[in-house]
Design a protein around this ligand. Sequence first.
Ligand code: ZN
Ligand code: ZN
Length: 361
Amino acid sequence: MSDVRAMVQTGVGELTLERFPAPATGEDDGLLRVEACGICGTDVETLGGDFPLAAPVIPGHEPVGIVERVGPRAAARWGVESGDRVAVQSDFGCGRCRGCLNGQSCDVQPGTYGFMPTRARPGLWGGYAEAMYLAPGSVLHKFSAETPARIAALYNPLGAGFAWAQAATGLAYGDTLAVLGPGQRGLACVIAARTCGAGRIFVTGLGSRDAHKLELALELGADVAIDVEREDAVERVRAETAGQGVDAVVDTTPHATRPVIESVQIARPGGTIVLAGIKGRNKVDGFPSDDVAMRYQTIRGVRSVDYHSFRRAVRLIESGTVPVERLHTHEFPLEQAARAVRTLSGETGTGAISITIEPGL
Ligand SMILES: [Zn+2]
Ligand SMILES: [Zn+2]
């Protein structure tokens, strides 16, 4: 591999094509030839300037590709060899501290692909590129060669589905669940919960914007889709659960704070509420904390995805037992990374759910 083409974010809303020399690698690191990079709401916030960024940065934290080069010690640690198709976890670190071992941020040397400035050597820290550097503390998940890279790229939303809808809620067989927001992670929560043997699953969305997603949620195993523009989510869930509410709620909605308040009424007494949707800087006005106390509810915050949830996502994708590919709607060449992000946000195009940026297109 000679020069590497990459899209560099130089400022708010600005992505420009640049070339980088392919970095040297040693015994402990490697190089990924990027095939597909998934994008999410964080990419929208990053490009739009709502997420702090030490530009210039090569964004892209959900990459899948082929191991182009790997040092012998890294190969042994990661269980991969050159030529393997792998997904890379966005967070990396020392691999040994408490944070790393818990699948959270590293306490010692935290790093996140897609957020490190290009001036930090060797510069290729993001998935919007033909190649990405694999730092020694990276965590890789190997895919079978038969899994298309584009579908493998769903490891991120699906990993979140298992982490948020199951691991964070403690969802048990037959438990009922409400997923607020039908974006790719909301839909992934439906898939994960259905896979785990959930009881009734409710999904909410905005009919004017999310009709295709609500329909897909039903196809993927949700039992009730609620258009919150037409009916009250709290009333509907209560009506369908003998007035009790559900065992667990996952709020994946971005920006809106009303779903946080509604979660308290949608969850049953003793139920669990997982807050996953990032609200920008919006604070929740009128939060009914007394109700949480009176109802003995548990509220948990989540951001990323733990190792085991990623493993489950990879196995589910490889199994072919669930039509996870229905989540994938668009792919764009590297040069059109900005258009990919604007399509995901709904600023342009229609019907977006999960989108990849693919240097090979
Ligand atoms: Zn993401
Ligand atoms: Zn660490």
